[in-house]
Design a protein around this ligand. Sequence first.
Ligand SMILES: NC(=O)c1ccc[n+]([C@@H]2O[C@H](COP(=O)([O-])OP(=O)(O)OC[C@H]3O[C@@H](n4cnc5c(N)ncnc54)[C@H](OP(=O)(O)O)[C@@H]3O)[C@@H](O)[C@H]2O)c1
Length: 425
Amino acid sequence: MTSNDKKIKIGLLGVGTVGTGVVKVLTNHPVLEIKKIGARDLNKKRDAVIKKELLTSDLKSIINDPEIEVIVEMLGGLNPSRELVIEAIKNKKHIVTANKDLIATHGAELFDLARENNVQIQFEASVCGGIPIINTLKQTLNANRFSKIMGILNGTTNYILSEMLNRGISYEQCLKEAQDKGYAEPDPTNDISGKDSAYKLSILASIAFGERIKINDVYNEGIEKITPNDIAISEDLGYRIKLVGIAKKEEDKIDIRVHPAFIKKTSTLASVFGANNGVLIEGNLIGELTLIGAGAGEFPTASSVAGDLNMLVAHITSAKGPNPQFVCKHTHYAKIKPISETTNSYFVRLRTDDKAGVVGQVGTIFGKHEVSINTLTQRGSNPDSSASITILTHLVKEEKLQAAIKEIEKSNIVKQVENVIRVFE
Ligand SMILES: NC(=O)c1ccc[n+]([C@@H]2O[C@H](COP(=O)([O-])OP(=O)(O)OC[C@H]3O[C@@H](n4cnc5c(N)ncnc54)[C@H](OP(=O)(O)O)[C@@H]3O)[C@@H](O)[C@H]2O)c1
């Protein structure tokens, strides 16, 4: 166990996209110190934040280092990840992993072993990168009985379907473009076939329903056969085609599958576009809840890995006092920006006499206070022979807008300033 005055040492296995993000996020961490970083090619050009002296291609030297308390596995795939994680657990090290293949395929074996060795495995980054879905299910929503998990769990296929919709182009053309831009792997089979989504869905369903799921029992069908014509027809009918993973609890069985599906255009998941992911959870207490965000990428994924690490810090240090995650650590008050200093666009509605020259006078006052008008509409006479003027401004500091409104109110140009509403662009 680490003493309070010593940092908790961690070892990283892998320093590619995710690992590099994790190193950046942990720079100057108050409690965690990266002791070793494992990679395959020591001569590879890497981000300057990766200290050369920490790099080693001898991954076993990391998992066997007695000073290292936590192993962060970011290698990907099953080999050598499985073997290394098993050995690390036997060495009583906690594990943080971003590896969905490993958890979906060997989770049962690893979690049993972790329990026997009294260590934890955290895996928030393994499903939907930056979306905090695992710990939301395991902790925040743990009072619920879940009935459904439904999600768009793969960014590559969602990007392809979104581009097919927006540009009316074929699946083949979209895939090629996605590969050229680096959005899709050179070998995209797992993404396209729905296998990657099946890995993630099986992890989520097994947490939500409290039962182990064998990955090969999860039906998966890919997007290869979807044509621009299918997409056009679905839109005409009020639907959108998405690659959907769905898991439902039905009496003693779980209905779990991944396949393309029409979903209502008005549904929240239909608005998940591009490389984003979205997960809808249905629980008896919460009702429906949808989380949408970046399903991959250096920093979103590093956010989940670092969150898991901070949780482990809390666990490791809690033996010495209250869990630091549950203790209020703030002692100072934040400085709050006054509303007068904020910048917004504004909708302004004025009631005026229906006579010539009013619009010009209003415009002059706005101009004097540097409030630039985006649109101005004068609407016909009201029953009392007054007129309505509605104005949308460009972005302006609140104090300038309020000064203009005050001057308009004081003048006899308008009968009344009926409303001023801030507009978010
Ligand atoms: N990329 C994302 O946005 C994302 C999102 C969520 C989850 N994940 C998961 O995070 C994990 C890592 O993904 P990534 O995108 O960071 O992968 P990556 O860029 O390919 O990096 C993999 C790293 O592991 C090292 N490595 C792989 N096999 C090795 C071996 N046999 N011996 C030594 N080192 C080895 C590589 O070494 P070299 O640098 O020397 O090649 C590299 O540093 C995967 O499980 C992935 O599914 C990724």
